[in-house]
Design a protein around this ligand. Structure first.
Ligand SMILES: Cc1cc2nc3c(=O)[nH]c(=O)nc-3n(C[C@H](O)[C@H](O)[C@H](O)COP(=O)(O)O)c2cc1C
Length: 237
């Protein structure tokens, strides 16, 4: 840690500080990297048909470690990534998820406007991929923490924090050529019990992870272009 003069440096607080060690690029290098990264991320799709080809455990560990670098409210890191590789647990998740989704899609629990909104995705109650993929990661949000004395600790901006970590996880997997799906078999409460998680944790997203099957197809969707998502209020920086 370097010496910090409180008169010169505002972030003195009660913490310790080190020089920022992130990368610094020229504008040209940054522009090239930006284009490459956009192309990579623009090729990401949610995949619903997987091969049973094995995926080394270390790749999943690396993706979770990457997600764990996400910013979080008050740096509380309110996430737990539960990794499932054994077939028995995958089958239990598969059955419970299909039970819920059957109620949604077949038994009328899903309102018509929701059905209409997802019609073009071609999804249904069957979730075969939960049986096929080598790995499932269930991301839990920690609604509150529990300190060493067993007291409840308030967590700030939990959904924002876990959402950012989820995005970084998806990006890390895609960067390795692995596919995933942001899967939310609603309601997901069954996962807390099935995976033996404590009551302060709530399921956030189920991520089946693997290589796409050779026959995998994805719906033609298109994305909003820059002018539709960017509002420029003027001025040059
Ligand atoms: C919060 C969230 C929940 C989602 N839940 C499901 C789901 O339960 N089942 C599913 O098939 N896709 C689900 N998706 C995937 C979306 O349908 C998909 O991201 C969207 O259609 C865009 O397609 P793309 O990811 O291929 O770009 C979900 C996505 C998000 C962000």
């Amino acid at each position: 840690m370097s010496e910090i003069d409180p008169d010169e440096y505002p972030y003195t607080g009660v913490g310790e500080y080190v020089p920022y060690a992130g990368p610094r690029f020229t504008d040209e290098a940054a522009s090239e990297r930006a284009g490459l990264f956009f192309s990579l991320m623009n090729s990401r799709r949610s995949v619903r048909q997987y091969s049973d080809r094995a995926v080394p455990r270390e790749l999943i560990d690396a993706a979770i470690a990457t997600a764990g670098t996400a910013p979080s409210g008050a740096h509380q890191q309110p996430w737990t990534f539960v990794l499932i590789g054994d077939q028995d647990t995958k089958l239990k998740i598969h059955k419970a998820a299909e039970d819920e989704e059957r109620k949604n899609y077949i038994d009328g629990r899903m309102p018509d406007d929701w059905k209409d909104a997802i019609a073009r995705l071609g999804t249904g109650w069957r979730k075969d991929y939960l049986k096929t993929v080598p790995w499932i990661v269930v991301l839990f949000e920690q609604r509150f923490g529990i300190d060493d004395a067993g007291e409840k600790q308030k967590h700030y901006y939990v959904k924002e924090s876990v959402g950012i970590a989820a995005g970084m996880f998806i990006a890390a997997l895609h960067n390795m050529g692995l596919a995933t799906l942001t899967h939310t078999p609603s309601p997901m409460a069954f996962l807390t019990k099935l995976l033996g998680r404590p009551s302060n944790e709530r399921p956030f997203v189920v991520f089946p992870i693997g290589y796409p099957s050779d026959e995998a197809v994805v719906p033609v969707l298109g994305r909003k272009n820059l002018s539709e998502i960017l509002v420029d209020v003027g001025g040059d920086s």
